[in-house]
Design a binder for this molecule. Sequence first.
Ligand code: PEP
Ligand code: MN
Length: 351
Amino acid sequence: MMKLNTPLIIAGPCSAESEKQILTTAQALSKHPQINFLRASVWKPRTFPGDFEGVGVAGLEWLRKAKEATGLKTCTEVAHAVHVEQAVKAGIDMVWIGARTTVNPFLVEEIAEAVAAYNVPVMVKNPVNPDLDLWIGAIERFIRRGVEQIGAIHRGFSGYRKLIYRNEPFWEIVFELKRRYPTIPIINDPSHLTGDKALVREMCQKALDLEADGLMIEVHPHPEKALTDQKQQLSFDELSDLLKSLVYRNPKETSPSSDILKIRTQIDEIDSEIIKLLSHRIGLVREIGDIKHKNRMTILQMERWKEVVETRLALGDAVGVERDFLMKILQIIHEEALRVQENTDDTENTD
Ligand code: PEP
Ligand code: MN
């Protein structure tokens, strides 16, 4: 269990880019007493080779200077055991493992061994995949090594097509982690979750309303010039406005309204998935419509419709969705598919 103030507010740039950038940021953050930690990554796991991969150990020295100048504690991402050693030796107060590392048992194991040896607090970001077991498995590797100061960071998961957020929250996974590990603080990372600075404030408030134990917010002196994650980093002024606007709940208070909020949040996510899936389905139906039209085929093909109904009703039976209800939905979807395909014909006929 982390013996740190909650809510734990961590802020700082995505990447350490220069000594000046780190020191200026630390000065700006130190004006807010509610901020406990300065974050900055010096080793960056990037999707594409050739992208900026961090400044390496030089950045650890800048963080040490920032801590000396402002008294802020510091944290950074580690991706293997040597990083842990280098970070701790440079005076870093806490480390975290990134979403791409959490999925890798070999790396997590060696990091856990090093974290235990150096007795440094660690935070485990959720894995890229929406899979609670992967997250728990990584956390357990630290627990079994005897690490006591463990936090979890909710940064969202790769989902089915992006609609609003860069990463899908999948709140259900977070609530279940909290239920199983009530003493592990869960820090919300609104920056990587939303991927959009315009959405960071609402995500922070939502997370606090849903009992998050802290926030990790990306802030940069000149977000538009940042070498990584430009769109999601806040300026110093934006951070000040955000901190002023947040409403903190009483962490001990669990009321029926917070239970209802949790369930509604999950229902909202399901509805958004259903809409994304419907949009994808309609797009595919249009493609079929084009092919049928070019080949002068009939739109309604009875055999296919029968097969759709039979397989879907069987799936519904397997998961307990009532047949009459599912049949109504299938009919509405099918009518829409026919309408979309007829419209494909109309447009082309007018050419
Ligand atoms: C980060 O915190 O800058 C980062 C790379 O995060 P994630 O592992 O969540 O992508
Ligand atoms: Mn980032």
